[in-house]
Design a binder for this molecule. Structure first.
Ligand SMILES: NC(=O)c1ccc[n+]([C@@H]2O[C@H](COP(=O)([O-])OP(=O)(O)OC[C@H]3O[C@@H](n4cnc5c(N)ncnc54)[C@H](O)[C@@H]3O)[C@@H](O)[C@H]2O)c1
Length: 249
């Protein structure tokens, strides 16, 4: 990472879903900036391993973000270690494929819980401390999947489109309190999960045909935008969307 943000040094940062994929890239990037990083994930072993590797000011708690009571309790407990969060990265999600024909109300609610609902309740948990500490930056993770659009992801895609409305509405409600809300949309990013499950020789050709830039979008490329949106260098930016997709057309 080229950039160094003085405003992130020592800053308490909270990241959901930080044990693997883009979230792991975020944890590493913020730790590299000297931030005080707290993260949760359902994957205990991976989370503990990452926190142990990075050491010092990186704190992990195993937590299922769909359990709202436990999630808010975990956020408060981690804030005791880092100080009130000035940055919240609502990253956790699950892009399991589904079809309209076989949707059940229970499955639908489960998709909402893992892809959307927890973002609101994380904001609710961090907001009072953030405002009292002088304001902060919330980055909600969207997706370009509903713009491309992708197959068999209709509920996920609808929720990810909803993240734009969430960020804009919360930006309006809390701007005067010094809290910023933006949406970061990763394009197709080469996490281990994507490579294991969805990236095939055919889709490699699709990526090459659709991306304006050569190469592949990696978690570190998403983290670079997250660092900027979290830092004071973006202090006059709120209620907006930022796409990192190597110029997918
Ligand atoms: N990778 C991509 O191509 C891509 C594209 C567009 C948007 N995104 C978005 O970027 C963000 C990160 O995506 P990713 O590809 O790294 O996802 P991922 O599935 O690889 O990782 C998500 C992380 O969240 C954790 N998690 C899942 N369910 C959880 C739960 N109930 N409680 C706590 N933790 C849980 C997982 O264990 C994992 O560590 C998501 O918001 C996703 O929608 C990713």
């Amino acid at each position: 990472m080229d950039a160094r943000y003085a405003s992130l040094k020592g800053r308490p940062v909270f990241i959901s879903g930080g044990a693997s994929g883009i979230g792991e890239g975020l944890v590493r990037a913020f730790a590299e900036q000297g931030a005080r990083v707290a993260f949760v994930d359902i994957a205990a072993a991976q989370g503990e391993e990452l926190a142990a590797e990075l050491g010092g000011d990186v704190f992990f708690a195993q937590c299922d973000v769909t359990d709202t009571v436990a999630y808010q309790a975990a956020i408060h407990a981690l804030a005791e270690k880092t100080g009130p969060f000035r940055v919240l990265l609502n990253n956790a999600a699950h892009d399991e494929r589904h079809q309209l024909e076989t949707l059940t109300p229970e499955y639908f609610d489960g998709r909402v819980a893992v892809n959307f609902k927890h973002m609101f309740f994380a904001v609710q948990a961090v907001l009072p401390g953030m405002v009292a500490a002088g304001g902060g930056s919330v980055v909600n993770f969207g997706s370009t999947s509903w713009m491309m659009p992708s197959r068999h992801l209709s509920v996920y895609a609808a929720l990810k489109a909803g993240v734009h409305g969430m960020s804009r509405a919360l930006a309006k409600d809390h701007g005067k309190m010094g809290v910023r809300f933006n949406t970061l949309l990763p394009g197709w990013t080469m996490t281990k999960r994507q490579l294991d499950l969805w990236v095939t020789p055919e889709s490699e050709k699709e990526i090459d045909a659709n991306q304006l830039l050569p190469g592949r979008v990696m978690p570190v490329d998403i983290a670079a935008m997250a660092l900027f949106l979290a830092s004071e260098d973006s202090k006059m930016i709120t209620g907006k969307e930022f796409i990192v997709d190597a110029g997918w057309i």
